[in-house]
Write a protein that binds this ligand. Structure first.
Ligand code: ZN
Length: 379
């Protein structure tokens, strides 16, 4: 029987460009109307018990070539548990994945995928709970709703949003952990958070890119996290509708959830370079980061992005735009595609379950700074 490789499904991405026996040459497909690519997700069928070699040959031109060294591909038989393929190597622009599938249908991906079908399951399950309010903030270019869940009734306005970059699927697994904790009727931290704050949660900012199997852009090839200074209905309605809802509610605290291809650690990026930076904002950001570092051994502050000089912030990004626009505390959380090399898991690497745990720690850290945040909001 012949081996087949396919990606014509929700969030799939790969192209077969050559075959020699059980060795396949593959290419990752660019985001539509864009040059970005790095996300892959495909099925290998009919290969049980055979040694298969998968060579992704266009990795040198991917968005983040530094993402490939020390990276190991993800594999699943049941599409629920994902493990790392130990025999993954990167050399001369080619990522080589060698495996002997145990079943005739196995799935390979850059990171455990988060399809739009799974997104709809997530929204349906939480929207049905008492104390959770569902709202569509607007629609994407492909006509998909921008789903928002509101939880809690306190005076502090907290926004959590993820997957502006659709290939960073760990961000929506983080959302599962955050929503689980926030909606737990017995969790004492959640009970206090729901009393002191109103949470507006957008688990997926970019449904079109998610369904199309994009790395970084929407249906028009636009990077949503470069649109926050001037979102438009024809290029970035996803950002326009969320920013409009934020203008209506106000924002005291916001987290934008992402994944980083190259750095093997969890870290935060802040808003240090905004023109109207205040001491209050900087202190609250540091208080949150310090708390999170104490609460989660998976979080650290030694590695991260370079901090821009004073006044040099890029205000087209959401974190800086929100901090400047609302005087709030906002931040970008980056999780690794590879692993946290300080606390590695050789079987799973960085994983959905660890992303969920980190989300719970982030809410604990938010709880730890609530007195300072509440005081600042009242001033
Ligand atoms: Zn990102």
């Amino acid at each position: 029987m012949g081996i087949t490789i396919s990606s014509a499904f929700d969030a799939g991405n790969i192209r077969v460009v050559g075959q020699d026996g059980d060795t396949f040459d593959l290419e990752i497909v660019k985001d539509h109307l864009s040059d970005f690519y790095q996300w892959f997700y495909f099925r290998v069928a009919g290969a049980a018990g055979r040694e298969v070699t998968l060579r992704i040959v266009n990795c040198a031109g991917a968005a983040y070539p530094n993402g490939w060294p020390d990276y190991r591909a993800c594999l699943s038989v049941d599409r629920e548990e994902w493990v790392r393929v130990a025999d993954t190597s990167y050399d001369d622009g080619v990522l080589t994945i060698r495996l002997t599938p145990t079943a005739d249908s196995v799935w390979i991906a850059y990171f455990p995928p988060y399809s739009m079908e799974r997104h709809h399951d997530l929204i349906a399950s939480f929207a049905a709970l008492d104390g959770v309010e569902y709202r569509s903030l607007g629609q994407s270019l492909d006509g998909q709703d921008i789903d928002c869940l509101t939880i809690g009734s306190g005076p502090l306005n907290v926004w959590l949003y993820a997957r502006q970059h659709p290939g960073e699927t760990m961000a929506e697994y983080w959302m599962e952990g955050a929503l689980d904790k926030l909606c737990d009727p017995d969790d004492p931290v959640a009970r206090v958070l729901r009393t002191d704050a109103t949470f507006r949660v957008v688990p997926n900012m970019n449904p079109d890119g998610s369904r199309r199997g994009h790395l970084r852009t929407n249906a028009a090839g636009v990077n949503l996290n470069r649109e926050w200074h001037a979102p438009s209905a024809d290029k970035s309605p996803e950002v326009l509708c969320v920013r409009t809802a934020m203008d209506d509610s106000g924002v005291d605290f916001a987290m934008d959830i992402h994944g980083d291809e190259a750095i093997p650690a969890n870290f935060l990026a802040g808003f240090e370079g905004i023109p109207s930076l205040t001491d209050r904002q900087s202190k609250l950001f540091k208080a949150f980061s310090d708390s999170l570092e104490r609460l989660s051994p998976d979080f650290q502050t030694a590695q991260g992005y370079e901090v821009p000089p004073p006044g040099q912030a890029n205000l087209s990004m959401s974190t800086t735009q929100l901090a400047e626009r609302y005087g709030c505390v906002s931040m970008t959380l980056e999780m690794p595609f590879k692993d946290n090399f300080n606390l590695p898991d050789p079987v799973h690497g960085w994983s959905p379950e660890r992303s969920r745990h980190l989300a719970r720690a982030c809410l604990d850290a938010l709880h730890a700074i609530l007195p300072q945040l509440g005081e600042a909001a009242r001033v």
